[in-house]
Ligand binder design. Structure first.
Ligand SMILES: Cc1cc2nc3c(=O)[nH]c(=O)nc-3n(C[C@H](O)[C@H](O)[C@H](O)COP(=O)(O)O)c2cc1C
Length: 189
């Protein structure tokens, strides 16, 4: 755990155990402002399986790092005034828990805080195909104010690399956070 910063976190980024960990890494690289990172144990294993980054490489991109078990961390409380949370990628397991109000680790608790405090919660699921359970959970979260932003990049900017596809998705997340960026060419530009 690294806690170099207490009190100024603007955005909580959670990386959970779904494929597409690179989306969360690129988000951490591009996101402005103080950020706290929670990376689940399953996500750490998938990170090693599908990227060349180490866990410490990823943790070094954040201002504060918490373990998923740290339910006494500041971001577990609504009285700690972070502005937004992005779960990227979000496993369907974590999505299901958040949709049902289960707050059993720091990821699901911080997400529950976002919903109850009416803060921005952006959830980036990566699964296909989707069961009716998954679709119902996503609908419930949308109705409760979260933004479901599936990890499905657009192809209209004619991407030439995986990085461009990843950057398109990260740009869509930054749009939701009102952060200006030039990560992809917009339709009409
Ligand atoms: C290699 C691997 C890839 C996985 N990919 C996905 C995925 O893309 N989407 C998903 O919803 N679950 C995926 N899972 C399953 C989740 O990791 C599993 O449900 C886990 O309990 C999620 O825990 P977490 O959300 O606390 O990280 C994957 C598991 C493994 C081992």
């Amino acid at each position: 755990m690294r806690q170099s910063l207490i009190g100024n976190v603007k955005t909580v980024v959670a990386i959970t155990g779904a494929s597409g960990i690179i989306y969360g890494i690129r988000l951490l690289e591009e996101l402005e402002g103080e950020k706290a990172l929670i990376i689940t144990e399953t996500a750490k294993r998938i990170l090693e399986a599908e990227t060349s980054y180490s866990v410490s490489d990823v943790e070094s991109l954040a201002d504060a790092v918490y373990h998923e078990d740290e339910l006494f961390a500041p971001v577990a409380s609504g009285s700690y005034r972070f502005q937004a949370m992005v779960i990227c990628p979000c496993s369907e397991s974590t999505l299901a828990k958040v949709s049902q109000g289960i707050a059993d680790n720091l990821v699901t608790r911080a997400a529950a805080v976002c919903l109850k405090e009416r803060r921005k919660l952006i959830i980036v699921p990566r699964e296909t195909p989707l069961s009716a359970i998954m679709l119902r959970n996503s609908l419930r979260l949308t109705e409760d104010g979260a933004c479901i932003l599936p990890a499905s990049p657009g192809f209209y900017p004619k991407p030439q690399s995986v990085k461009e596809l990843v950057d398109f998705l990260v740009g869509k997340i930054l749009d939701q956070l009102d952060q200006p960026h030039e990560l992809f060419r917009r339709w009409g530009d």
